[in-house]
Design a protein around this ligand. Structure first.
Ligand code: G3P
Ligand code: CA
Length: 373
């Protein structure tokens, strides 16, 4: 196998398709080797993650089961439910405080106390609504399998869908809930819901909030409960955070989720500073399409960003593939050539062993038949 083929196989592997090819062992060896000889700029040299921002919200109505389903189908590692509390205390996936922008609440229920806030309606009322916001790039060809795929989902329903998709896809789908209100009740309900589902720090869970106090409080509460979910503080202007503020965040959180927009957005130096404090950096929101989109992902991946909140998980996933493959050693690397020989030898030995086993099975079968005769 040439190194060019190996690079293609690794590309297929990171897309999850090479496992079905006979080259998978070589590809795995190459990737493992590559990561040892050429560290990625991400913290701990870990491949960056793709977070489906409000689901695959570039293609489907945001924060619907349909949007989460499509996100996973497109390869997203995590789905992101923003959370609001209903009048009767249920967590639902909704970005805005108000239901007006994304649902048909105005026509169906009318205002409550002069507003359309989630907190003004019961869950039963909200469940009568349809999320009817039209995404930037509608995807009418996709048929979700979830029941009520365009209703406002509860947090529990998001977890259930993630579980179902984990089972059907064969990989753990992460959940990245955001406490949209700095509200102790919401903190408690998020932790209670996760714990009631037997989820722990061993699972792919990140809890995020724009309120550092909320994340600090969640850290204290979860420690008291024996939980240890990874926590993120969000910032609309991460570049404005002082080193002292960053160092403080590092005492109770695992990372910073920063806007990638504006002059105070996530920069290469910010990422390096955060990594120096042991903090991960996830950036929001990646929404550019086509070549401009790929170029933007590539820039941030090369800067070392650890995760991207993307409205278009298919694009983010393709860009990550390309980034990981580009990070492999060049074909001229003598060390890689040695690895290729070692890997090829291992495959050849395995084949010979399988042939011997097959021959042995045949002989044993003949002998067995002879004994019966
Ligand atoms: O949570 C990261 C990102 O989603 C923050 O933006 O306003 O879409 O929740 P927003
Ligand atoms: Ca969010």
């Amino acid at each position: 196998m040439s190194i060019h083929t190996a690079r293609a196989v690794v590309a297929a592997m990171v897309r999850g398709t090479a496992a079905r090819t006979r080259f998978a062992p070589i590809a795995l060896s190459l990737l493992a080797f590559a990561s040892t000889v050429h560290a990625l700029p991400q913290l701990g040299s870990q491949a960056p993650i793709v977070i489906a921002h409000r689901g695959a919200s570039g293609y489907m109505p945001e924060h619907t089961l349909a949007a989460y389903e499509l996100a996973v189908k497109m390869g997203a590692d995590y789905i992101e439910p923003d959370l609001q509390l209903t009048r009767d205390g249920h967590l639902v996936a909704m970005h805005d405080t108000s239901l007006a922008r994304t649902t048909d609440v105005e026509a169906k229920l009318g205002p409550r106390n002069g507003n359309y806030n989630v907190s003004s309606y019961t869950l039963a009322e909200i469940k009568t609504l349809t999320v009817d916001i039209v995404p930037v790039s509608p995807n009418p060809g996709f048929v979700p399998v979830s029941q009520d795929a365009y209703r406002v989902p509860t947090f529990q329903e998001v977890i259930d869908v993630a579980r179902g998709l984990s089972a059907s896809s064969g990989r753990e789908i992460g959940i990245y809930p955001e406490a949209k209100q700095a509200d102790p009740v919401m903190e408690d309900k998020i932790l209670q819901t996760l714990a009631a589902n037997n989820l722990s720090g061993a699972n792919k869970i990140y809890i995020q909030s724009f309120s550092a106090d909320t994340i600090r409080s969640i850290q204290q509460k979860q420690t008291a409960l024996g939980l240890d979910f990874d926590l993120f503080v969000l910032s609309t202007a991460p570049g404005a955070l002082t080193l002292a503020q960053m160092a403080d965040i590092a005492t109770f959180a695992d990372g910073v989720g920063g806007s990638i927009s504006g002059t105070r957005g996530v920069s290469e130096s910010f990422i390096q500073q955060a990594h120096g404090l042991g903090l991960l950096v996830h950036g929001y929101t990646f929404s550019k399409l086509g070549d401009a989109g790929i170029a933007e992902y590539d820039k941030f991946f090369n800067w070392g960003i650890d995760g991207v909140f993307s409205n278009n998980p298919d694009l983010a996933f393709a860009a990550r593939d390309a980034f990981l493959v580009s990070e492999l050693p060049e074909p001229g690397s003598s060390a890689l050539a040695v690895l290729g020989l070692v890997a090829a030898g291992a495959v050849a030995r395995r084949r010979r062993s399988q042939q011997r086993d097959a021959a042995g099975t045949s002989v044993a079968g003949l002998q067995g038949n002879a004994g019966c005769a």
